[in-house]
Design a protein around this ligand. Structure first.
Ligand SMILES: C[S@@+](CC[C@H](N)C(=O)[O-])C[C@H]1O[C@@H](n2cnc3c(N)ncnc32)[C@H](O)[C@@H]1O
Length: 326
């Protein structure tokens, strides 16, 4: 049987997080090739097909697929034709992106040559040919299928530009989470934002119609008629100090994950009847926390959330977000 290779794209700087996650949860994969933002692994376990590759869930991967090889730009047309024939891809749906380099393939040239769909989100079930450019002489290609549980954007980048007046990167981080994972909330829902300062995430929520109560040890720097600040450390807060009728919670605390989860879920008990979901960012100050990815999710299951997903967006560095919905 041919050896199977799987490619993983990852946020630059988070390669170690992905390697640690795969070593822990997919020990049958051994590292074959590693560059900034791009890795391939040899699979000595159960072989994946194009149809099943998206079931390999790696939190820190921005894209996972069957790796089929690499070539130079000058050889690309010939390689695409061969694999189109071999894999019987009648319609070509291509995701074309560069990783860790300035050089970009010309989308127009590919389009003229193949009459294909490029960098489209496509439909669930579509087979996508990924063209991953590491340099002019190194273009990797591979396949995956658009499926539930993975993002539909090329390399999971929705290319959102943050509002100019955003107080922090928290705005963009939350905007990317909402876009990539198709989240939405009702206009005028009430949000509790733990670790709210300086106010990036709160601004995003307010711009989308929410009323926000922010909790932070830092003083209030963010002023808005739909924002109320509670200056306190979460571990010192009682439920009585919190407002009534909260529908959603966002948490982005510089705290150990175990402590942050414990305190936030303790306070959320107040909202048993109204709470629809929590968007909870886990700061990975220690690689050992990666071994606890599933344990962290289990705490949310035990609380009563039934739809739980650990995800990565382009702005995440040494962190990831748990989306828990009821
Ligand atoms: C990453 S920042 C949050 C960024 C913010 N969400 C935004 O979008 O602008 C983390 C925040 O957690 C706050 N924080 C850290 N420990 C805390 C604690 N024990 N209780 C409340 N806030 C805390 C810090 O003061 C800091 O403002």
């Amino acid at each position: 049987m041919n050896q199977q290779f799987i490619f993983f794209c990852v946020n630059i700087g988070n390669e170690k997080l992905l390697k640690t996650e795969l070593a822990c949860f997919y020990p049958e994969l051994s590292l074959s090739y590693s560059r900034k933002g791009f890795l391939t692994f040899k699979n000595s376990g159960v072989q994946y097909s194009i149809e099943t590759i998206s079931q390999l869930q790696a939190t820190f991967a921005t894209r996972v697929g069957l790796s089929l090889g690499k070539c130079k730009q000058s050889e690309l047309t010939e390689h695409i034709r061969e694999l189109q024939k071999y894999h019987e891809l009648d319609e070509l749906n291509i995701h074309c992106f560069s990783v860790g380099c300035e050089f970009e393939l010309s989308i127009d040239d590919i389009d003229n040559e193949f009459d294909c769909v490029i960098n489209d989100k496509g439909e669930s079930g579509d087979i996508i040919l990924n063209l991953i450019t590491l340099s002019e002489n190194e273009i990797w290609y591979g396949l995956h299928r658009q499926d539930k549980g993975i993002t539909r954007y090329a390399n999971s980048d929705p290319k959102i530009i943050a509002a100019i007046d955003a107080p922090s990167i928290g705005y963009l981080k939350l905007a990317q989470i909402f876009e990539l994972y198709s989240l939405s909330f009702k206009y005028s829902d009430n949000w509790l934002d733990f670790g709210s300062s300086p106010g990036g995430a709160s601004l995003y929520l307010i711009e989308h119609g929410a009323k926000v109560y922010g909790v932070d040890t830092a003083s209030n720097q963010f002023k808005h008629k739909n924002y109320n600040h509670i200056k306190a450390a979460v571990q010192d807060l009682s439920q009585e100090r919190l407002p009534e009728n909260i529908h959603w919670v966002h948490s982005d605390l510089n705290l150990k994950p175990t402590q942050a989860i414990k305190e936030v879920l303790r306070l959320c008990k107040k909202y048993n009847d109204t709470l629809r979901g929590i968007i909870f960012t886990v700061q990975l100050t220690n690689l050992d926390y990666i071994k606890e990815l599933e344990d962290f999710e289990d705490i949310f299951y035990d609380w009563g959330f039934h739809e739980i997903k650990s995800v990565q967006v382009p702005t995440h560095k040494n962190e990831y977000t748990i989306i828990a919905r009821r």
